[in-house]
Design a protein around this ligand. Structure first.
Ligand code: AMP
Length: 214
């Protein structure tokens, strides 16, 4: 199947960002990480960035209005993409459906990475990233060759402000309440591909690629 529009769905720390990097290469899709767009707004201290900083750092969701405006702009010129972190509420999912319908397009598949709460908290607490090139690491599951140094560009690695145990638990609660209903939403549309996200990174990648190749 010629896959043009894929959604990556899963709890925070389920591996969406990590897997997105492998999928985008194989399917030549633009990787759109909503969290990354929002963090960029905060780094640049834009009006939106200042408005969302508090909620982001507490692990709450940003309001649907703000997200929908950003995404409508972002998707307006794109045909093929991999959505990472959007939609995250039923309202956002319905907005996306309408947007695509108006263009006679549709989502081809929703890859749902299923992980347990313990795994989410363990992963989020050990997560590191490179502010220079965006590379992602984990101190146990995917450690850099040299402690706290990026393998790609040799810069010192950073920890996201919202990557701590307390916020991880909060983000999991938010996910279960607001985002998990999307699993049924896409299941009913026969779009859902469930992958066990508790495995090692390379096993998950292989399982996703094998399933998408079918
Ligand atoms: P992520 O990088 O995907 O883990 O997202 C980090 C944070 O960005 C989340 O905890 C939310 O505060 C915010 N965020 C990302 N995507 C969305 C979305 N679709 N709707 C609302 N808030 C979002």
């Amino acid at each position: 199947m010629d896959l043009k529009r894929i959604i990556l769905l899963g709890a925070p720390g389920s591996g969406k960002g990590t897997q997105a990097r492998f999928i985008e290469e194989d399917f030549d899709l633009e990787h759109i990480s909503v969290g990354e767009i929002l963090r960029e707004e905060m780094r640049n201290s834009t009006v939106t960035g200042l408005k969302i900083a508090d909620a982001m750092n507490k692990g709450q969701l940003i309001s649907d209005d703000v997200i929908e405006e950003i995404m409508a702009n972002k998707l307006s010129t794109l045909d093929a993409y991999l959505l990472d972190g959007f939609p995250r509420t039923l309202e956002q999912a319905k907005m996306l459906e309408e947007l695509l319908e108006s263009r006679s397009q549709e989502i081809d598949i929703v890859v749902y990475l299923a992980v347990s709460r313990e795994e989410v908290v363990r992963r989020i607490s050990g997560r590191r990233f490179c502010a220079e090139c965006g590379a992602l690491f984990h101190i146990i599951a995917n450690p850099p060759k040299q402690e706290d140094i990026c393998d790609v560009c040799s810069k010192e690695l950073s920890i996201r402000e919202d990557d701590n145990e307390e916020t991880a638990n909060k983000r999991m609660d938010v996910y279960l309440e607001l985002t998990a209903p999307l699993i049924d939403f896409y299941k009913q549309k026969s779009k859902l591909l469930e992958i066990d996200g508790n495995n090692d990174i390379d096993i998950i990648t292989k399982n996703i690629k094998d399933a998408l190749a079918k």
